[in-house]
Design a protein around this ligand. Structure first.
Ligand SMILES: NC(=O)c1ccc[n+]([C@@H]2O[C@H](COP(=O)([O-])OP(=O)(O)OC[C@H]3O[C@@H](n4cnc5c(N)ncnc54)[C@H](OP(=O)(O)O)[C@@H]3O)[C@@H](O)[C@H]2O)c1
Length: 214
């Protein structure tokens, strides 16, 4: 399958490398292609790199792995026509680092970044997931020695969500995926970040995860 990944940071490169390993055609989108040169060499020259617009045009499925503060700007550069009708997996978090650590949320409670993206691009099929765990665990959940842990997912389009859940299960090994409902559940999963960041600070590792026991 063709994936367009918007982003050049840890999430984009980790997911990009995994999708290439799985045999998919991947293009990463960035404003500065040069900064991905070393990474592209590491993945054996199999990654395509382009603008946000080129990556969005390339992908049948899209991944938003841009910073929360830059997400809407990046999607604007990607171009609405390249988003329409496509699954857009949104991993971004509305983190405001302007006052230092820990960051605050620049939208919360009655709205979320996931909803802002869905409202701005009503014809994109926004599926929010992966935003509550570190990149390495997104693509290799079984590597956490504590056993099964939980991935949250939400979005307005049931068919898009079902396709993403199937993909995450069959290609990335996710077993405990909880569908929280429509995209307004992004308020809840984005508001987990202040807790996740405190756990990261306490344990000194990003390899901490939520596990829902029922
Ligand atoms: N790091 C993790 O393990 C992790 C885990 C869960 C969720 N997340 C979330 O995933 C997202 C990506 O995280 P990350 O750590 O990989 O990278 P990041 O440093 O948060 O974001 C880097 C990306 O944001 C883009 N960007 C920043 N400002 C922009 C602007 N004004 N306009 C357009 N694009 C802009 C950059 O574009 P250029 O390439 O053009 O510079 C770059 O591609 C974030 O929202 C983060 O909260 C991260």
């Amino acid at each position: 399958m063709k994936f367009g990944i918007l982003g050049s940071g840890m999430v984009a490169t980790t997911i990009g490398a995994k999708l290439i390993e799985l045999g998919h055609e991947v293009m990463l989108g960035t404003r500065s292609p040069d900064k991905l040169r070393d990474w592209a060499a590491q993945v054996g020259g199999k990654a395509q790199i382009g603008s946000f617009e080129a990556a969005a045009r390339h992908g049948d499925w899209l991944v938003n792995a841009t910073s929360g503060s830059g997400a809407l700007e990046a999607l604007k550069l990607a171009g609405e026509a390249n988003l329409n009708g496509k699954i857009l997996i949104d991993i971004s978090n509305p983190l405001d680092f302007s006052q230092g650590m820990p960051p605050t949320l620049f939208v919360c409670n009655t709205d979320s970044l996931g909803e802002q993206i869905q409202r701005t691009y009503p014809q994109a099929k926004v599926v929010k997931t992966f935003n509550t765990l570190t990149a390495a665990l997104m693509v290799d959940p079984q590597s956490l020695s504590e056993g099964e842990h939980t991935l949250f997912i939400c979005g307005d389009d049931p068919d898009a969500k079902a396709q993403v859940i199937e993909f995450l299960s069959s290609e990335m090994g996710w077993r405990d995926v909880i569908d929280l409902g429509d995209i307004s559940s992004a308020r809840a999963t984005e508001m987990l970040l202040p807790l996740w960041i405190r756990l990261y600070m306490k344990f000194g590792t990003p390899r901490v995860q939520f596990k829902i026991v029922r």
